[in-house]
Design a protein around this ligand. Sequence first.
Ligand SMILES: Nc1nc2c(ncn2[C@@H]2O[C@H](COP(=O)(O)OP(=O)(O)OP(=O)(O)O)[C@@H](O)[C@H]2O)c(=O)[nH]1
Ligand SMILES: [Mg+2]
Length: 363
Amino acid sequence: MTLEEEIKAIEDEISKTKYNKATEHHIGRLKAKVAALKETVLKRASSKSGGEGFSVRKSGDASVVLVGFPSVGKSTLLNSLTGAESLVAAYEFTTLDVVPGAMEYKGATIQILDVPGIVKGAASGRGRGKEVLAVVRNADLAVILLDVFQLVHYDVLVQELYDAGIRVNSRPPDVTIVKKPRGGVTVNSTVYLDLDEDTIKMILVENRIHNANVVIRENISIDQLIDAILGNRKYIPAIVVINKIDLADKYTLLNCKEKFPDALLVSADKKVHIDELKEKLYQELGFIRIFLKPQGQPPDLDEPLIVRYGSSVGDICDKLHRDFKNRFRYAQIWGDSAKHKGQRTGIDHVLYDNDILTIILRK
Ligand SMILES: Nc1nc2c(ncn2[C@@H]2O[C@H](COP(=O)(O)OP(=O)(O)OP(=O)(O)O)[C@@H](O)[C@H]2O)c(=O)[nH]1
Ligand SMILES: [Mg+2]
Protein backbone atom coordinates (compact mmCIF):
# COMPACT_ATOMS: atom_id res chain seq x y z
CA MET A 1 0.00 0.00 0.00
CA THR A 2 1.27 3.47 -0.82
CA LEU A 3 1.15 6.23 1.77
CA GLU A 4 -1.76 7.86 -0.08
CA GLU A 5 -3.73 4.60 -0.06
CA GLU A 6 -3.01 4.14 3.62
CA ILE A 7 -4.26 7.68 4.35
CA LYS A 8 -7.37 7.07 2.26
CA ALA A 9 -8.11 3.78 4.09
CA ILE A 10 -7.83 5.38 7.53
CA GLU A 11 -9.87 8.43 6.48
CA ASP A 12 -12.60 6.11 5.21
CA GLU A 13 -12.64 4.34 8.55
CA ILE A 14 -12.87 7.70 10.38
CA SER A 15 -15.81 8.81 8.27
CA LYS A 16 -17.58 5.49 8.86
CA THR A 17 -17.13 5.69 12.63
CA LYS A 18 -19.74 7.69 14.49
CA TYR A 19 -18.14 10.11 16.92
CA ASN A 20 -19.16 9.65 20.55
CA LYS A 21 -17.59 9.11 23.95
CA ALA A 22 -17.12 5.40 23.30
CA THR A 23 -15.32 5.91 19.96
CA GLU A 24 -13.39 9.07 20.86
CA HIS A 25 -10.21 7.21 21.79
CA HIS A 26 -10.30 5.09 18.64
CA ILE A 27 -10.94 8.11 16.37
CA GLY A 28 -8.21 10.04 18.15
CA ARG A 29 -5.70 7.31 17.35
CA LEU A 30 -6.78 7.15 13.71
CA LYS A 31 -6.58 10.93 13.30
CA ALA A 32 -3.14 11.04 14.88
CA LYS A 33 -2.01 8.32 12.45
CA VAL A 34 -3.41 10.19 9.44
CA ALA A 35 -1.79 13.43 10.55
CA ALA A 36 1.60 11.72 10.88
CA LEU A 37 1.28 10.11 7.44
CA LYS A 38 0.25 13.43 5.85
CA GLU A 39 3.28 15.11 7.39
CA THR A 40 5.46 12.50 5.72
CA VAL A 41 3.75 13.07 2.36
CA LEU A 42 4.10 16.86 2.63
CA LYS A 43 7.79 16.62 3.56
CA ARG A 44 8.47 14.21 0.74
CA ALA A 45 6.73 16.44 -1.81
CA SER A 46 8.52 19.56 -0.68
CA SER A 47 11.94 17.90 -0.87
CA LYS A 48 11.10 16.49 -4.31
CA SER A 49 9.92 19.78 -5.77
CA GLY A 50 12.82 21.63 -4.16
CA GLY A 51 13.65 24.79 -6.08
CA GLU A 52 10.69 24.54 -8.41
CA GLY A 53 8.34 26.62 -6.29
CA PHE A 54 7.20 30.06 -7.37
CA SER A 55 9.48 32.82 -6.36
CA VAL A 56 7.60 35.91 -5.31
CA ARG A 57 9.31 38.68 -3.51
CA LYS A 58 7.13 40.29 -0.91
CA SER A 59 6.76 43.98 -1.52
CA GLY A 60 4.55 46.78 -0.32
CA ASP A 61 2.92 47.12 3.08
CA ALA A 62 0.97 43.85 2.94
CA SER A 63 0.13 41.08 0.49
CA VAL A 64 -3.18 39.59 -0.62
CA VAL A 65 -3.52 36.35 -2.59
CA LEU A 66 -6.45 35.59 -4.91
CA VAL A 67 -7.59 32.00 -4.40
CA GLY A 68 -10.14 30.34 -6.64
CA PHE A 69 -10.96 27.65 -9.19
CA PRO A 70 -9.70 28.10 -12.76
CA SER A 71 -11.55 30.74 -14.82
CA VAL A 72 -13.40 32.42 -11.93
CA GLY A 73 -11.73 35.71 -12.88
CA LYS A 74 -8.65 36.00 -10.66
CA SER A 75 -6.50 37.54 -13.36
CA THR A 76 -9.28 39.88 -14.46
CA LEU A 77 -9.67 41.01 -10.84
CA LEU A 78 -5.94 41.57 -10.42
CA ASN A 79 -5.96 43.74 -13.51
CA SER A 80 -8.96 45.74 -12.27
CA LEU A 81 -7.46 46.29 -8.84
CA THR A 82 -3.95 47.17 -9.92
CA GLY A 83 -3.75 47.94 -13.60
CA ALA A 84 -1.44 44.95 -14.00
CA GLU A 85 -1.68 42.94 -17.20
CA SER A 86 -2.14 39.34 -16.21
CA LEU A 87 -3.29 37.20 -19.12
CA VAL A 88 -7.07 36.63 -19.19
CA ALA A 89 -8.74 33.91 -21.24
CA ALA A 90 -11.87 31.80 -21.41
CA TYR A 91 -10.02 28.50 -20.93
CA GLU A 92 -8.86 26.96 -17.65
CA PHE A 93 -5.34 27.27 -16.24
CA THR A 94 -4.54 30.41 -18.19
CA THR A 95 -2.29 31.61 -15.41
CA LEU A 96 0.58 29.22 -14.73
CA ASP A 97 2.78 31.36 -12.56
CA VAL A 98 2.43 33.94 -9.81
CA VAL A 99 1.65 37.35 -11.23
CA PRO A 100 2.07 40.19 -8.76
CA GLY A 101 0.48 43.62 -8.99
CA ALA A 102 0.58 46.64 -6.71
CA MET A 103 -2.57 48.37 -5.50
CA GLU A 104 -2.18 51.87 -4.11
CA TYR A 105 -4.94 52.81 -1.71
CA LYS A 106 -5.12 55.56 0.91
CA GLY A 107 -1.35 55.77 1.04
CA ALA A 108 -0.82 52.01 1.44
CA THR A 109 0.81 49.82 -1.17
CA ILE A 110 -0.86 46.43 -1.19
CA GLN A 111 0.68 43.60 -3.16
CA ILE A 112 -1.95 41.50 -4.94
CA LEU A 113 -0.92 38.04 -6.08
CA ASP A 114 -2.67 36.29 -8.96
CA VAL A 115 -1.97 32.56 -8.93
CA PRO A 116 -3.00 29.51 -10.97
CA GLY A 117 -6.44 28.08 -10.20
CA ILE A 118 -6.89 25.57 -7.41
CA VAL A 119 -8.87 22.40 -7.99
CA LYS A 120 -9.86 19.49 -5.76
CA GLY A 121 -6.72 17.56 -4.94
CA ALA A 122 -4.47 20.63 -5.05
CA ALA A 123 -3.04 19.95 -1.59
CA SER A 124 -1.84 16.53 -2.70
CA GLY A 125 -0.26 17.98 -5.81
CA ARG A 126 -2.88 18.39 -8.56
CA GLY A 127 -2.32 21.25 -10.96
CA ARG A 128 0.32 23.44 -9.40
CA GLY A 129 -1.60 23.09 -6.15
CA LYS A 130 1.37 22.67 -3.84
CA GLU A 131 3.16 25.75 -5.12
CA VAL A 132 -0.01 27.85 -5.07
CA LEU A 133 -0.74 26.83 -1.50
CA ALA A 134 2.79 27.74 -0.48
CA VAL A 135 2.13 31.27 -1.77
CA VAL A 136 -1.13 31.40 0.18
CA ARG A 137 0.72 30.47 3.38
CA ASN A 138 2.87 33.57 3.09
CA ALA A 139 0.15 36.08 2.31
CA ASP A 140 -1.36 38.42 4.89
CA LEU A 141 -4.90 37.93 3.59
CA ALA A 142 -6.62 35.55 1.17
CA VAL A 143 -9.45 36.53 -1.13
CA ILE A 144 -11.55 33.44 -1.79
CA LEU A 145 -12.94 34.23 -5.22
CA LEU A 146 -16.08 32.41 -6.32
CA ASP A 147 -17.99 32.37 -9.60
CA VAL A 148 -21.54 33.54 -8.98
CA PHE A 149 -22.84 30.26 -10.43
CA GLN A 150 -20.35 28.01 -8.62
CA LEU A 151 -20.73 28.73 -4.93
CA VAL A 152 -20.12 25.06 -4.12
CA HIS A 153 -16.44 25.65 -4.84
CA TYR A 154 -16.13 27.38 -1.49
CA ASP A 155 -16.12 24.15 0.53
CA VAL A 156 -13.62 22.52 -1.81
CA LEU A 157 -11.25 25.49 -1.57
CA VAL A 158 -11.41 25.66 2.21
CA GLN A 159 -10.80 21.90 2.40
CA GLU A 160 -7.77 22.15 0.11
CA LEU A 161 -6.38 24.97 2.23
CA TYR A 162 -7.05 22.89 5.34
CA ASP A 163 -5.25 19.87 3.91
CA ALA A 164 -2.26 22.08 3.19
CA GLY A 165 -2.15 23.12 6.86
CA ILE A 166 -3.77 26.51 6.25
CA ARG A 167 -6.54 27.53 8.67
CA VAL A 168 -8.69 30.43 7.51
CA ASN A 169 -10.38 32.82 9.90
CA SER A 170 -9.49 30.91 13.03
CA ARG A 171 -7.04 31.30 15.88
CA PRO A 172 -4.38 28.81 16.95
CA PRO A 173 -5.71 26.57 19.74
CA ASP A 174 -4.79 27.85 23.19
CA VAL A 175 -2.53 24.96 24.15
CA THR A 176 1.05 24.94 25.40
CA ILE A 177 3.18 21.83 25.22
CA VAL A 178 6.51 21.94 27.04
CA LYS A 179 8.63 18.86 26.43
CA LYS A 180 10.80 17.55 29.26
CA PRO A 181 13.39 14.77 29.56
CA ARG A 182 11.33 12.42 31.80
CA GLY A 183 8.26 12.13 34.02
CA GLY A 184 5.62 11.19 31.45
CA VAL A 185 2.85 13.41 30.17
CA THR A 186 0.85 15.62 32.53
CA VAL A 187 -2.25 17.37 31.28
CA ASN A 188 -3.73 20.42 32.98
CA SER A 189 -6.70 22.40 31.79
CA THR A 190 -8.20 25.68 32.88
CA VAL A 191 -11.61 24.90 31.36
CA TYR A 192 -13.96 21.92 30.96
CA LEU A 193 -12.75 19.56 28.21
CA ASP A 194 -14.84 17.21 26.12
CA LEU A 195 -11.75 15.14 25.34
CA ASP A 196 -10.70 12.49 27.87
CA GLU A 197 -7.26 12.77 29.40
CA ASP A 198 -6.46 9.27 28.14
CA THR A 199 -7.27 10.27 24.59
CA ILE A 200 -5.11 13.38 24.87
CA LYS A 201 -2.18 11.40 26.23
CA MET A 202 -2.55 8.74 23.55
CA ILE A 203 -2.53 11.36 20.77
CA LEU A 204 0.63 12.89 22.22
CA VAL A 205 2.30 9.48 22.37
CA GLU A 206 1.24 8.70 18.77
CA ASN A 207 3.15 11.89 17.90
CA ARG A 208 6.17 10.62 19.84
CA ILE A 209 5.71 12.98 22.75
CA HIS A 210 6.29 10.80 25.82
CA ASN A 211 7.32 13.43 28.38
CA ALA A 212 5.73 16.87 28.50
CA ASN A 213 3.67 19.31 30.51
CA VAL A 214 0.54 20.22 28.59
CA VAL A 215 -1.75 23.11 29.49
CA ILE A 216 -5.06 23.42 27.63
CA ARG A 217 -7.05 26.64 27.98
CA GLU A 218 -10.01 26.00 25.71
CA ASN A 219 -12.33 23.12 24.90
CA ILE A 220 -10.44 21.78 21.88
CA SER A 221 -11.27 19.04 19.40
CA ILE A 222 -8.99 16.16 18.40
CA ASP A 223 -8.01 18.05 15.23
CA GLN A 224 -7.10 21.16 17.18
CA LEU A 225 -4.95 19.11 19.54
CA ILE A 226 -3.10 17.63 16.57
CA ASP A 227 -2.67 21.15 15.12
CA ALA A 228 -1.18 22.28 18.44
CA ILE A 229 1.21 19.32 18.54
CA LEU A 230 2.42 19.70 14.97
CA GLY A 231 2.76 23.47 15.43
CA ASN A 232 3.23 24.16 11.71
CA ARG A 233 -0.27 25.31 10.81
CA LYS A 234 -0.68 28.69 9.24
CA TYR A 235 -3.58 30.87 10.41
CA ILE A 236 -4.64 33.47 7.90
CA PRO A 237 -7.65 35.76 7.53
CA ALA A 238 -9.79 35.43 4.42
CA ILE A 239 -12.74 37.18 2.80
CA VAL A 240 -15.18 35.84 0.25
CA VAL A 241 -15.67 37.71 -3.02
CA ILE A 242 -18.23 36.58 -5.59
CA ASN A 243 -17.45 37.47 -9.20
CA LYS A 244 -19.33 37.76 -12.53
CA ILE A 245 -22.45 39.27 -10.98
CA ASP A 246 -23.09 40.99 -14.32
CA LEU A 247 -24.22 37.59 -15.62
CA ALA A 248 -26.54 36.78 -12.74
CA ASP A 249 -30.29 37.35 -12.37
CA LYS A 250 -32.01 38.60 -9.23
CA TYR A 251 -32.58 35.12 -7.78
CA THR A 252 -28.98 34.04 -8.18
CA LEU A 253 -27.87 37.21 -6.41
CA LEU A 254 -30.33 36.64 -3.56
CA ASN A 255 -29.01 33.12 -3.19
CA CYS A 256 -25.45 34.50 -2.90
CA LYS A 257 -26.50 36.94 -0.19
CA GLU A 258 -28.24 34.19 1.71
CA LYS A 259 -25.34 31.71 1.54
CA PHE A 260 -22.56 34.28 2.04
CA PRO A 261 -24.01 37.28 3.88
CA ASP A 262 -20.55 38.85 4.39
CA ALA A 263 -19.33 38.34 0.83
CA LEU A 264 -18.71 41.21 -1.54
CA LEU A 265 -20.42 40.84 -4.93
CA VAL A 266 -18.35 42.19 -7.83
CA SER A 267 -17.83 42.12 -11.53
CA ALA A 268 -14.11 42.16 -12.20
CA ASP A 269 -14.72 42.51 -15.91
CA LYS A 270 -17.35 45.28 -15.80
CA LYS A 271 -15.62 46.93 -12.80
CA VAL A 272 -18.59 46.80 -10.46
CA HIS A 273 -17.85 47.28 -6.72
CA ILE A 274 -14.10 47.38 -7.28
CA ASP A 275 -13.71 50.47 -5.10
CA GLU A 276 -15.72 48.75 -2.36
CA LEU A 277 -13.36 45.79 -2.60
CA LYS A 278 -10.31 48.06 -2.29
CA GLU A 279 -11.78 49.59 0.86
CA LYS A 280 -12.58 46.16 2.28
CA LEU A 281 -9.04 44.90 1.67
CA TYR A 282 -7.67 47.99 3.35
CA GLN A 283 -9.97 47.50 6.36
CA GLU A 284 -9.27 43.77 6.68
CA LEU A 285 -5.52 44.32 6.59
CA GLY A 286 -5.87 46.75 9.48
CA PHE A 287 -3.74 49.69 8.47
CA ILE A 288 -3.03 52.60 10.78
CA ARG A 289 -1.46 55.98 10.12
CA ILE A 290 1.53 57.27 12.08
CA PHE A 291 2.72 60.88 11.83
CA LEU A 292 6.40 61.57 12.34
CA LYS A 293 7.57 64.59 14.30
CA PRO A 294 11.24 65.56 14.08
CA GLN A 295 12.54 66.54 17.53
CA GLY A 296 11.68 70.14 18.39
CA GLN A 297 9.65 70.64 15.19
CA PRO A 298 5.98 70.32 14.29
CA PRO A 299 4.75 66.92 13.05
CA ASP A 300 4.49 66.15 9.34
CA LEU A 301 0.72 65.88 8.98
CA ASP A 302 0.75 65.60 5.18
CA GLU A 303 2.54 62.32 4.73
CA PRO A 304 1.73 59.70 7.35
CA LEU A 305 3.49 56.36 7.46
CA ILE A 306 1.09 53.53 6.73
CA VAL A 307 1.71 50.42 8.84
CA ARG A 308 -0.27 47.37 9.96
CA TYR A 309 -2.30 47.42 13.16
CA GLY A 310 -0.15 46.11 16.02
CA SER A 311 3.08 47.67 14.74
CA SER A 312 5.64 48.80 17.30
CA VAL A 313 8.11 51.68 17.35
CA GLY A 314 10.70 49.10 16.26
CA ASP A 315 8.67 48.24 13.16
CA ILE A 316 8.64 51.92 12.22
CA CYS A 317 12.41 52.10 12.69
CA ASP A 318 12.78 49.15 10.29
CA LYS A 319 10.67 50.94 7.73
CA LEU A 320 12.62 54.19 7.95
CA HIS A 321 16.23 53.06 7.84
CA ARG A 322 18.16 49.85 8.44
CA ASP A 323 20.37 51.60 11.00
CA PHE A 324 17.63 53.08 13.16
CA LYS A 325 17.11 50.07 15.41
CA ASN A 326 20.79 49.94 16.34
CA ARG A 327 20.96 53.65 17.04
CA PHE A 328 17.62 53.84 18.87
CA ARG A 329 17.64 55.66 22.24
CA TYR A 330 13.96 56.29 22.96
CA ALA A 331 10.72 57.43 21.38
CA GLN A 332 8.17 60.08 22.31
CA ILE A 333 4.48 59.61 21.57
CA TRP A 334 1.48 61.92 21.34
CA GLY A 335 -1.87 60.25 20.73
CA ASP A 336 -4.08 57.39 21.85
CA SER A 337 -1.29 54.95 22.69
CA ALA A 338 0.45 57.47 24.97
CA LYS A 339 -0.34 57.69 28.69
CA HIS A 340 0.28 61.45 28.47
CA LYS A 341 1.39 63.86 25.78
CA GLY A 342 4.98 63.23 24.75
CA GLN A 343 5.31 60.00 26.72
CA ARG A 344 8.78 58.46 26.50
CA THR A 345 8.72 54.82 25.41
CA GLY A 346 11.03 51.99 24.37
CA ILE A 347 11.29 50.22 21.05
CA ASP A 348 8.56 47.62 21.82
CA HIS A 349 5.80 50.17 22.42
CA VAL A 350 2.76 49.39 20.25
CA LEU A 351 1.30 52.31 18.32
CA TYR A 352 -2.32 53.27 17.62
CA ASP A 353 -3.94 54.92 14.62
CA ASN A 354 -3.05 58.62 14.26
CA ASP A 355 -0.24 58.55 16.83
CA ILE A 356 2.47 61.19 16.48
CA LEU A 357 5.95 59.78 16.96
CA THR A 358 9.42 61.20 17.54
CA ILE A 359 12.38 58.83 17.39
CA ILE A 360 15.55 59.83 19.23
CA LEU A 361 18.73 58.20 17.95
CA ARG A 362 22.29 58.01 19.19
CA LYS A 363 24.53 60.28 17.15
N1 LIG B 1 -19.03 38.26 -17.55
C1 LIG B 1 -17.91 38.28 -16.84
N2 LIG B 1 -16.84 37.58 -17.26
C2 LIG B 1 -15.73 37.63 -16.51
C3 LIG B 1 -15.64 38.42 -15.33
N3 LIG B 1 -14.40 38.28 -14.83
C4 LIG B 1 -13.74 37.44 -15.65
N4 LIG B 1 -14.52 37.05 -16.68
C5 LIG B 1 -14.16 36.14 -17.80
O1 LIG B 1 -13.89 34.85 -17.28
C6 LIG B 1 -12.86 34.22 -18.06
C7 LIG B 1 -11.72 33.78 -17.14
O2 LIG B 1 -11.11 34.94 -16.56
P1 LIG B 1 -9.64 34.91 -15.98
O3 LIG B 1 -9.41 36.22 -15.31
O4 LIG B 1 -8.66 34.47 -17.00
O5 LIG B 1 -9.82 33.76 -14.87
P2 LIG B 1 -8.72 33.13 -13.89
O6 LIG B 1 -9.41 32.86 -12.59
O7 LIG B 1 -7.50 33.98 -13.83
O8 LIG B 1 -8.41 31.76 -14.60
P3 LIG B 1 -7.09 30.81 -14.51
O9 LIG B 1 -5.87 31.66 -14.69
O10 LIG B 1 -7.28 29.84 -15.63
O11 LIG B 1 -7.14 30.14 -13.17
C8 LIG B 1 -12.43 35.27 -19.10
O12 LIG B 1 -13.10 34.96 -20.29
C9 LIG B 1 -12.89 36.58 -18.51
O13 LIG B 1 -13.15 37.55 -19.49
C10 LIG B 1 -16.80 39.16 -14.93
O14 LIG B 1 -16.82 39.88 -13.92
N5 LIG B 1 -17.90 39.05 -15.72
MG1 LIG C 1 -5.60 33.60 -14.32
